[in-house]
Design a protein around this ligand. Structure first.
Ligand code: CMP
Length: 137
């Protein structure tokens, strides 16, 4: 059993996609064990994307994630990390398969609707960052 993090980015919230994304997660028989709508503090987003600090897009991705409300979701299930990554599709929506969230609803890498943890180690780190109060068992 694994737990992973999904963030619905500001564009996804603005486009009223919270329902569609949570519906797909639950329909897959994954369990939502943490869920919050928030305006992310810049410091939290900078820590979240720390591995990208030297990349040219770091500033713009931090600006974007702090530009409006986001939804943080903790998702639990068998192989949840891989299952969620596959459900979201490739980071670049142009490479995301139809049937994935990005393949169905996104067009550009800057506005790719969601973030999801890349591996179990990242999931543990990111869940501690976004759910410091803990999540439901
Ligand atoms: P995400 O999975 O949230 O992780 C980092 C984000 O940076 C990524 O999704 C994209 O939205 C954004 N980004 C912008 N340009 C790039 C790029 N060239 N490579 C990877 N991520 C990028």
């Amino acid at each position: 059993m694994e737990t992973t993090l999904v963030l619905i980015k500001p564009g996804g919230v603005q486009r009223r996609m919270i329902g569609e994304i949570t519906r797909r997660i639950e329909q897959r028989n994954l369990k939502i064990v943490g869920l919050k709508l928030l305006r992310a503090p810049r410091s939290t987003v900078e820590e979240h994307y720390a591995e990208h600090r030297e990349r040219p897009f770091f500033g713009s991705v931090v600006d974007y994630l702090t530009s409006g409300p986001i939804v943080a979701i903790a998702v639990q299930g068998d192989n949840a990390v891989k299952a969620i990554r596959a459900m979201m599709g490739a980071t670049n929506p142009l490479e995301a398969a139809p049937g994935t969230i990005r393949g169905d609803f996104a067009l550009t890498i800057d506005d790719n609707l969601t973030h999801s943890s890349s591996d179990p180690g990242a999931a543990f780190r990111e869940l501690s960052l976004w759910f410091p109060e803990g999540i439901l068992a």
